[in-house]
Design a protein around this ligand. Structure first.
Ligand code: HEM
Length: 488
């Protein structure tokens, strides 16, 4: 019995209704929710068995939930299928319950490898990535080449693998990790929903799916463990042997090093298990690769479609290059490039790489917008609607970076949403993406270099089609093609 009503939603059809819902793919779920929001308003409820799933699509309700009642909405649902397949009992940042373990793991990522002074140490790795990308695009940047998203994805993967395992791997190994990781994530995201409902029964009915998920997981482990072990060995070496770390392909410090040092105070100071190390590395790679390469795809597609925007950006690049002795764009120059920042923000507003946040769970019953949110309800946010809301943004479907400059409605926007939520491609509040800073750096640095190196022109008679497709992120349904003309 609840004091206030639950948010509105369709009547649940017991069992059958739930199964129909759980069998849906993410793209279907988005269109079902868009339809429900249009009919029922900015907060809606769906019932999955005894569980409530609440979805929010409005800036004020999102702010109230994620900031005002931040601690209550900072939980994560217990997804038993994922726990069993990963065998890590929610010991990753994105799945951990809101509490000491989550704080420890998150602080380890944000306060170590993503901490600004450590990020600076990796500038040579980013330069190497941009050089790789330039080379790849110089060879294949014409109309017959493979889609750009693949080049962006490989570049981001190479960089994140380097930051994670501290080793510059050859393309074959990176590709093997990339496909193991993507296959697993796509499969987990689309096929495991069903096990949220009566797991003992569905595990039996859908045992092929279960076994496939386990084998994908095994493949990841086989690829990651040798890299983790070689880092463990390297850590034990000292003196002369340690010089090996300075060799061209080995970083002195990487994410795995910090994980190998992590002890769990509430579990007898034990070290992380092999499964936990693999899951945390997987989370790091997934968090930083698909999201960033998808954002790059949308940014470059909009620059091809909007040649006037690309010309203004090129003009800004030329201005900063006037003071550059090397003729290269380095990371310090990004601070003096407001138009570049506006281009990146505008793309994240209009095309956030994910349309939802990760599922949240409330830690206790509470009220929101005149409704009861029951304890343990799953809550998510259709945040793409906020970035495209015409009450916040003028002509929201237009790609107009100027809105983030002086006089524009987005000038000084707080992308963390702490003061006010006008867009939240990285989420907001306690669970906000810890990679926000490095993701913005990667996007600005790569876009500036790509436009400095090439003029990106549309292909005669071929429109850049902005239709969307849900994969692990929301990518272009028809990957864009362009003609790349070297600037020199
Ligand atoms: C353009 C790039 C990126 C975008 C758009 C993005 C977006 C997001 C979003 C929407 C969330 C969910 C927030 C929530 O549930 O409230 C998230 C969480 C997360 N992201 Fe990112 N992300 C990006 C890059 C990165 C990078 C580079 C890393 C790490 C190297 C990373 C690591 C994580 C982690 C660990 C979480 C879970 C946080 C938690 O549960 O406390 N992300 N990200």
């Amino acid at each position: 019995k609840h004091r206030l009503p639950l948010p509105p939603g369709p009547t649940a059809i017991p069992i059958v209704g739930n199964l129909i819902w759980l069998r849906q793919s993410m793209s279907n779920i988005e269109s079902i929710l868009q339809d429900l929001h249009a009919r029922c308003g900015p907060i809606v409820t769906l019932r999955l068995g005894s569980r409530f799933y609440i979805n929010i699509s409005d800036q004020y309700l999102a702010h109230s939930a994620l900031i005002t009642h931040g601690a209550t909405f900072a939980g994560r649902p217990k997804q038993t299928a994922i726990r069993e397949i990963l065998n890590v009992n929610y010991h990753t940042i994105s799945t951990a319950t809101y509490g000491p373990l989550w704080r420890l793991l998150r602080r380890n990522l944000a306060g170590e490898v993503l901490q600004p002074s450590h990020v600076k140490l990796l500038s040579s790795a980013r330069k190497w990535t941009v050089d790789l990308l330039k080379e790849e695009l110089s060879c294949s940047g014409n109309s017959n080449s493979k889609p750009f998203i693949e080049s962006f994805h490989l570049a981001m993967f190479s960089l994140l693998v380097y930051m994670c395992f501290g080793e510059r791997l050859d393309e074959g190994y990176v590709n093997a990790i990339k496909s193991a990781q993507r296959d697993a994530m796509l499969y987990f995201a689309s096929k495991l929903n069903i096990f949220a409902f009566m797991p003992m029964v569905t595990k039996y009915l859908y045992r092929d799916r279960w076994n496939k998920a386990l084998s994908l997981r095994k493949r990841q482990k086989e690829l990651f463990m040798p890299l983790i072990e070689s880092r463990r060995v390297l850590k034990t070496k000292s003196g002369e042997d340690a010089k090996i770390r300075n060799a061209d392909k080995i970083l002195e410090y990487c994410y795995v090093d910090t994980l190998l040092d992590t002890r769990l105070p509430n579990e007898g100071e034990r070290l992380l298990s092999a499964d936990e190390l693999v899951a945390l590395c997987g989370e790091f790679l997934v968090g930083g690769t698909d999201t960033t390469s998808t954002a790059l795809q949308w940014i470059m597609a909009e620059l091809v479609k909007n040649q006037d925007v690309q010309s203004k950006l090129w003009h800004e690049i030329q201005l900063v290059l006037e003071n550059s002795e090397s003729g290269d764009i380095n990371e310090d120059m990004l601070e003096n490039m407001p138009y570049l920042k506006a281009v990146v923000l505008e793309a994240l507003r209009l095309h956030p790489p994910t349309h939802f946040l990760l599922n949240h769970a409330v830690t206790q019953e509470c009220t929101l917008g005149g409704h009861t949110i029951p304890r343990s309800a799953w809550v998510n946010f259709l945040m793409v609607n906020i970035g495209r809301d015409e009450k916040i943004w003028k002509n929201p479907t237009e790609f107009k970076p100027e809105r983030f400059l002086e006089g524009g409605e987005g000038k000084g926007v707080d992308i963390t949403g702490t003061k006010e939520i006008k867009m939240m491609p990285f989420g907001s509040g306690r669970r906000i993406c810890p990679g926000l800073g490095i993701a913005m750096l990667h996007l600005e640095y790569i876009v500036a270099n790509m436009v400095k190196e090439f003029e990106w022109r549309g292909i005669e008679g071929e429109e850049v089609d902005l239709a969307e497709k849900q994969e692990f992120t929301v990518v272009m349904k028809k990957p864009f093609r362009a003609e790349l003309i070297p600037r020199k």
